[in-house]
Ligand binder design. Structure first.
Ligand code: BMA
Length: 376
């Protein structure tokens, strides 16, 4: 009887630890050692600190067309972001530059440089509409159906994935090892502005698209250095967040995007709305033992002197998140006649506050992140 009980207890302990190991392993069982290590370390880190990221940081800045490896954040705070976001939109067209004019050759070099300094790399994909040839924002219904197996554009879509595979496979370090990437395809999926958003296709079709894409890259293209980021726009319940979730075997990071559109006087509304979503996201991430992230945020042209410590920090402070990323510093945009940027540049009105935010021990930029040795 005693032995029997001890046996059951031992089994429970072993199963318990197995469950933990499995749950903290990334979704790709064949992931490279560095990818598995990164995922494990990001899990540990998420309990204590949040990595700060910036889109296109090394490619250009406000008023600086060619950043030559510098970044607005470094100019303002003396350090680079801890995460670099890049977008491979137009890679599918075999273009030499992405949709915002960043050369893919340079992007690859920036990725290698950031990785070498210990930062994390994330990639999104504003891919064009494969059915119509229009942009990612062409929401023609039926596009998702057309690229699923059996659809009229399925073969075309595979050629696009082949190009993604070539680029991903070119991201190697000096030893020839693959640089792990947090890949965030079909982002903002609960919105209504991209052809993959939920108003244009069924839940089942979306899940099929995600699963096909991941399986194709893993099995046909043998790509095992990607962590997959599931990303919604607005959502009002955990059920809504998970409605199109393709399954734990296909996702490593749970995230959403939300920007401040409220005037700075209404910041309490934005803070409250973000905190409501972050608390739902954190609950799901904890249950699923996945990473949680705020994959895109910001206040366009940061028209609030204290946005970083007075809005972003109150949003983040009570949650265990892996990272937060602000969008690109394009500068003046003739099409909208507006300034389009989300991080401060030298002399920008929130620069001083950003330096305060930089000194927050809970926020990780590149120098501190390097000491965490995320890849080995
Ligand atoms: C949007 C804007 C666009 C850009 C796109 C992809 O939010 O910044 O100008 O083309 O992201 O980077």
């Amino acid at each position: 009887m005693c032995n029997y009980r001890a046996g059951i207890l031992l089994l429970a302990v072993v199963l318990g630890s197995l469950k933990n190991t499995t749950a903290q392993s990334c979704s790709d069982v064949a992931a490279t050692a560095a990818t598995k290590m990164l995922y494990k370390k990001l899990h540990a880190l998420q309990q204590q600190q949040i990595i700060f990221g910036h889109q296109d940081a090394l490619a250009y800045g406000v008023g600086r067309k060619n950043a030559a490896g510098n970044s607005d954040i470094k100019i303002v705070a003396g350090d680079n972001p801890g995460m670099y976001g890049w977008d491979i939109g137009h890679l599918e067209l075999d273009s030499t530059k992405n949709l915002d004019g960043v050369s893919f050759t340079k992007m690859k070099q920036y990725i290698q440089q950031g990785y070498k300094r210990g930062a994390v790399i994330t990639i999104s994909w504003h891919l064009r509409n494969p059915l119509t040839g229009g942009s990612a924002w062409d929401t023609t219904h039926g596009t998702v159906t057309s690229i699923l197996p059996g659809g009229s554009k399925h073969e075309l879509y595979k050629t696009w994935l082949d190009r993604v595979a070539v680029f991903m496979n070119s991201l190697k370090n000096e030893k020839g090892e693959m640089i792990p990437v947090l890949f965030r395809p079909f982002h903002e999926l609960t919105g209504n502005w991209f052809w993959w958003c939920k108003n244009t296709n069924s839940t089942e079709e979306f899940k099929q698209l995600w699963i096909f894409t991941v399986d194709y890259l893993r099995q046909q293209k043998n790509i095992h250095h990607l962590l997959y980021v599931y990303n919604t726009a607005n959502f009002s319940s955990e059920a809504e967040f998970l409605e199109r979730y393709p399954g734990d075997a296909y996702v490593d990071v749970l995230s959403f995007d939300q920007y401040q559109h409220e005037a700075k006087e209404q910041k309490a509304v934005f803070i409250q709305s973000m905190r409501t979503k972050l608390s739902m996201l954190s609950a799901i991430a904890t249950t699923k033992n996945k990473l949680g992230a705020l994959a895109e945020t910001g206040f366009e042209s940061v028209p609030d002197d204290a946005w970083w410590t007075g809005t972003l920090w109150p949003v983040l402070k009570d949650f265990s998140l892996s990272y937060v990323l602000v969008w690109r510093n394009h500068g003046y945009m003739p099409s909208t006649n507006k300034m389009h940027y989300y991080a401060p540049y030298k002399g920008q009105q929130s620069a001083e506050d950003f330096r305060k935010f930089y000194r927050n021990p809970k926020i990780l930029f590149e120098k501190k992140l390097k000491t965490k040795q995320l890849y080995n």
